[in-house]
Design a protein around this ligand. Structure first.
Ligand code: GLY
Ligand code: MN
Ligand code: MN
Length: 350
C-alpha cells in the first residue's frame, strides 16, 4: 500500500493520518510505502509481462499525473495492459459469509428505518422531512450514510423514475413511494416501499399494490440455484407475471406499453459495496449461491386513457434485497413491511 506519510503540519489541519507503519498494523498490508515513491515503483512494475490497471480516467488522483499516464500509454504495449476492474468484479459478485453477515445488518437497519418512517408519515409533512426521518433512523442504528440519494415521491411524483427533488408536500389520499437504503460497513441496502400517506389504501391503490406485490413475491421465489436462472431470466418472468396480474384488474396492455410505459425498468441488479454493484457483469449470468441481488418490480400508470382511469397517477414499486440460496432465497429486507395488512398496521401505530 502506498499512503500519505505521517506529517505533523498537515495533520494539524486535516486530522491524523494512518501512515506507513499504521497501514501494516491496522490494514494488514504486507508492504507499505510513502506514496511519493509510487512513480518509481510503477516504472518498475510496468516491466512486467502483464499489467492489470484500470483506464487512467478511473484512476485515483495520485495517478492523474500526466507523466504517469503517458508512461503507461507509451512505455507499455497496449496489449500488455489489461483491465483490473473485471477481475475485481468477479471477486465481488459472490459474497463471503462475512459479507453476508454485514449485508444482513445493513438490510435490517434500513428495514427498521422504513418501519419508523411509515409510523411517522402523515398528510402535510413534506417529502424532504420524510427523507430526513429515514436518514436519521438509519444513522441512529449504525449506518454511516445513505447509500444513494433516495427517491421520496408523493402521489404522481412516483411516475418519474429518478425523482430526487423530494421537496413537495405529502397529500392526504396519495401514496408515497420511497426508495432508500443505508450503508453499513460500506455495504449498501436498497429498499423500496410504497405506503398510503394517511395510513389506509384506497380500493384502486390496494388492487394495484397487490398486483405488484404478487410479482415481487413470485420473483423472490425464483432466487435460488435450483431455478438455474439469471437476472434477465427473472426479469422476463416478472414481465409475464405483471401482464397476468394487470389483466386480472382490468388492464389490456400491449407488450410495448407494459415494458416501455407501465414497467419500464429491469427487475433488479447485483448489490454489494455499490448499489448497482459489479455493474459491468452481465445480467445473463446464472445466479450462484451467495450472490446478492435486488428484486424490484414496479408499476407507474400515467394520466392516459389507454389505462383504467382509477389507477392513473399511481406509482408503486416494492424492492427487496435477496441472497441466492441453493433451494431457498434469503431476504435481507424481510423486516420492512410489505403486506397490505402489515403496512396499514404499521401506519396506524405511531
Ligand atoms: N435505488 C436504485 C435502484 O433501485 O436501483
Ligand atoms: Mn432502489
Ligand atoms: Mn435497486
Amino acid at each position: 500500500m502506498f499512503v500519505p506519510p505521517k506529517n505533523a503540519d498537515a495533520e494539524l489541519w486535516d486530522g491524523p493520518r494512518t501512515g506507513v507503519q499504521g497501514v501494516k498494523e491496522f490494514f494488514n498490508a504486507d508492504e507499505a510505502y510513502d506514496n511519493s515513491r509510487f512513480p518509481v515503483f510503477l516504472r518498475e512494475a510496468l516491466k512486467a509481462e502483464n499489467v492489470f490497471i484500470d483506464p487512467p480516467k478511473n484512476m485515483p488522483t495520485l495517478l492523474e499525473d500526466k507523466q504517469i499516464i503517458s508512461l503507461i500509454e507509451t512505455g507499455k504495449k497496449m496489449s500488455a495492459i489489461k483491465p483490473l476492474s473485471t477481475l475485481i468484479q468477479e471477486l465481488r459478485v459472490v459474497k463471503s459469509d462475512a459479507e453476508i453477515d454485514i449485508m444482513k445488518r445493513s438490510g435490517h437497519i434500513s428495514a427498521k428505518a422504513f418501519i419508523e418512517a411509515m409510523k411517522w408519515t402523515q398528510p402535510g409533512y413534506t417529502e424532504a422531512q420524510l427523507w430526513a426521518k429515514l436518514d436519521y433512523e438509519c444513522r441512529m442504528r449504525g449506518s454511516s450514510i445513505l447509500a444513494y440519494v433516495p427517491v421520496v415521491a408523493g402521489g404522481p411524483n412516483a411516475l418519474s423514475m429518478h425523482y430526487v427533488r423530494n421537496d413537495m408536500k405529502l397529500r392526504d389520499g396519495d401514496l408515497v413511494l420511497v426508495d432508500c437504503g443505508g450503508e453499513y460497513n460500506y455495504y449498501a441496502s436498497d429498499i423500496t416501499r410504497t405506503w398510503p400517506v394517511n395510513g389506509k389504501f384506497t380500493e384502486p391503490q390496494r388492487e394495484l399494490y397487490q398486483a405488484v406485490l404478487n410479482v415481487n413475491r413470485a420473483c423472490i421465489e425464483l432466487c435460488t440455484v435450483k431455478q438455474n436462472i439469471s437476472l434477465h431470466g427473472i426479469h422476463a418472468a416478472s414481465v409475464k407475471l405483471m401482464k397476468q396480474e394487470l389483466q386480472k384488474i382490468g388492464f389490456s396492455t400491449t407488450a410495448w406499453d407494459l415494458e416501455r410505459v407501465l414497467y419500464p425498468h429491469h427487475v433488479g441488479h447485483y448489490l454489494g459495496l455499490d448499489v448497482h454493484d459489479v455493474h459491468s457483469l452481465s445480467r445473463s449470468r446464472k445466479l450462484r449461491k451467495n450472490m446478492v441481488i435486488t428484486i424490484e418490480p414496479g408499476i407507474y400508470v400515467p394520466f392516459d386513457d389507454r389505462f383504467p382511469r382509477k389507477y392513473q397517477g399511481i406509482g408503486i414499486r416494492i424492492e427487496d434485497n435477496v441472497v441466492i440460496g441453493d433451494t431457498t432465497p434469503y431476504v435481507l429486507t424481510a423486516t420492512a413491511p410489505k403486506e397490505i395488512v402489515d403496512i396499514e398496521y404499521c401506519c396506524a401505530n405511531n
